[in-house]
Design a protein around this ligand. Structure first.
Ligand SMILES: *Cc1c(COP(=O)(O)O)cnc(C)c1O
Length: 431
């Protein structure tokens, strides 16, 4: 099995965290998102412990809400000592409703509207991650009206290419995110921020991309940011207290993907950071990272009920499921690969090559292509692994399909954390 929380039980069914996937599907219905809370907590702890050890006690990971935002996730990450990043008022609203302290939130976004900025400041957001000069101006005005000094990180781009998909590559100079160092525009950004009376510049932020396996871009990023922090110290007297180096560690979707040793990577980054700090004669109070995918992806499994097989002679076999691009658009967006199992026949040889197709009227509605599973019959439960990140968060109601329910598993027990949408829910805003 791809992960060690997955086993085959005595009935030959897939078990997730010790619970029979076929029984979970019968109890809660399908499609069903299953999250293993023990895995989420273990992932959080890996980051918290390694960051404390290698970056110092003030350092912490932030959970990137965009990977999976719903009320129930916040108490879990909070109790593990994580801060969170949020990218919209909707995410802030959800986190606040869940009781997460706004002072531990970092507010991202390339285009925060005036209303977003007013909302964020009024909620007492800990740090705005300011994307550009326009935002800086509005934020200063709003903070002055609300009579607060708003702490910020300035989002910079370091001109790095982390060799990931174009759609999730954010660190290059030619990017809509942040302000580039290379073009000299970051200097004006820093100067302007320092001149804003109601803004306190606490440090810099940079995020190179997502689903990254190589370590070079993270190592280079801390060197570039440290050099730049020293330059800004000598040019404008800025003390950069905090460096937030973003998220992006890759996860294992299939056997082909490597398994990243997160503590080893963090150690490696910390060594590059330390060397750069010595070289440029500065130090930082705290380092933050923003993992989303590597906290939540491998904790998630989606269960579907299959409609059966369709064998197109001379071409391929299709297995249809009762979900697809509406609950997981990642194949349609990025041709993402997944590991698929027949959860009802998990003990049988996986020797039936097929393409898993969804239920939408769209030929791009596929979950995985050319995967091998035990040949399913109508009614078998199909499990797609590693769906914790960017699945529920990206789900839609295309073809008027209600969003699935989500359950969490902990200590061998399951509980409902998101109800299945009803048809009435689909019409609730329609007059
Ligand atoms: C998407 C994103 C993250 C999280 O990335 P993962 O690949 O899920 O770890 C963190 N920070 C920013 C600014 C992002 O845009």
């Amino acid at each position: 099995m791809l992960y060690n929380n997955l086993t085959v039980n005595e009935k030959g069914h897939l078990a997730i965290g010790g619970l029979d996937a076929v029984e979970l599907a019968a109890e809660y219905g399908t499609p069903l998102y299953v999250l293993d809370e023990d895995v989420i907590r273990a992932n959080c702890r890996t980051y918290v412990d390694a960051m404390h050890e290698y970056f110092g006690p003030e350092s912490a990971p932030l959970f990137a809400s965009k990977a999976l935002c719903f009320k129930g996730i916040y108490p879990v990450v909070q109790s593990e000592g994580m801060c969170v990043d949020v990218v919209s008022p909707g995410e802030i609203f959800t986190a606040v409703a869940a009781g997460f302290p706004a002072s531990k939130m970092f507010f991202h976004g390339t285009n925060k509207t005036d209303a977003d900025i007013e909302y964020g400041v009024s909620q007492g957001i800990g740090y705005f991650v300011v994307d550009n000069l326009n935002e800086l101006e509005v934020l200063n005005k709003v903070a002055s009206e609300q009579e607060v000094v708003q702490k910020v990180l300035l989002r910079l781009t370091c001109g790095l290419d982390p060799h990931t998909l174009e759609a999730i590559n954010t660190g290059k100079v030619d990017s809509q995110f942040g302000v580039p160092i290379d073009t000299g525009q970051a200097d004006e950004f820093v100067r302007t921020a320092l001149s804003c009376e109601y803004i306190e510049v606490a440090g810099f932020h940079s995020h190179v991309g997502s689903q990254i396996f190589e370590s070079d871009s993270f190592n280079r990023q801390v060197e570039i940011l440290t050099e730049y922090a020293a330059k800004m110290k000598y040019a404008y007297g800025l003390t950069v207290r905090i460096l937030n180096i973003g998220g992006g560690f890759g996860v294992r979707y299939t056997e082909k993907d490597p398994q990243i040793d997160i503590p080893a990577r963090i150690k490696e980054v910390s060594e590059h950071l330390k060397a750069a700090c010595e070289k440029y004669g500065i130090s930082f109070e705290a380092i933050y990272m923003e993992p989303g995918r590597s906290i939540i992806a491998d904790a998630g499994t989606t269960l579907y009920t299959t409609g059966g097989c369709k064998e197109v002679k001379g071409y391929r076999n299709y297995v249809t499921v009762d979900g697809g691009m509406t609950d997981n658009p990642r194949y349609a967006l990025y041709k993402s690969e997944y590991t698929v199992l027949n959860a009802s026949k998990a003990g049988e040889p996986a020797d039936y090559e097929c393409t898993i197709a969804g239920r939408c009227c769209e030929s791009g509605d596929r979950v995985a292509e050319y995967v091998s599973i035990a040949k399913p019959e109508r009614g078998d439960i199909i499990a797609v692994l590693t769906t914790g990140a960017y699945n529920y968060a990206m789900a839609s109601n295309y073809n008027r399909i209600p969003k699935p329910a989500m359950i969490m598993i902990k200590d061998g027990k399951s509980r409902l954390v998101v109800k299945r949408e009803t048809y009435e829910d689909l019409m609730k805003n329609e007059l």
